[in-house]
Design a protein around this ligand. Sequence first.
Ligand SMILES: N[C@@H](CCC(=O)N[C@@H](CS)C(=O)NCC(=O)O)C(=O)O
Length: 170
Amino acid sequence: MAAIKVHGITLSTATIRVLAAINEKELDYELVLVDMSVGEHKKEHFLSRNPFGQVPTFEDGDLNLFESRAITTYIAHEYADKGTQLIYKDSKKMAITSVWMEVEAQQYDQAASKLAWELAGKPVISWHEFRHSNCGRKMKLSWLRYLMSMRIDWLSQNTWELISQQGQLG
Ligand SMILES: N[C@@H](CCC(=O)N[C@@H](CS)C(=O)NCC(=O)O)C(=O)O
């Protein structure tokens, strides 16, 4: 059983941030899926891991953490000798690394996480919610197939609109 456990979902950019650091360090880990569609992240057992009810949370043995950037910083220090080098003893090198970590958090993330949600999160979540609703369960397969093709048309149109919005941001 892996000592490192990440509680989250792969649609969450904050969860992916932690998984990216773990992969850079080539560590073994277990992803414990949190069923956000039923509000598992707002239930008592999850709130004891993160009082703000957000994914990801992280375990390494008896250490429990939340806040993805605090987790990646911990991984970078604790596993300094493994995989990709993410921190430097040289203060100037580390200062430049810190500048770009701040740019990621303060400048880049606001646009990037919104874009990821529109392009990857929303279409999957809305389809998931529909499929599990009473209405979705009662509908015939052929009708569901038709709806799915409509969703693909909608996505292809909106994708271009979103990409052009991203161009305006840059
Ligand atoms: N600052 C937090 C943000 C975490 C966050 O926003 N997680 C989202 C998923 S990407 C979430 O759990 N949203 C559900 C909610 O806020 O209720 C971090 O970096 O870990």
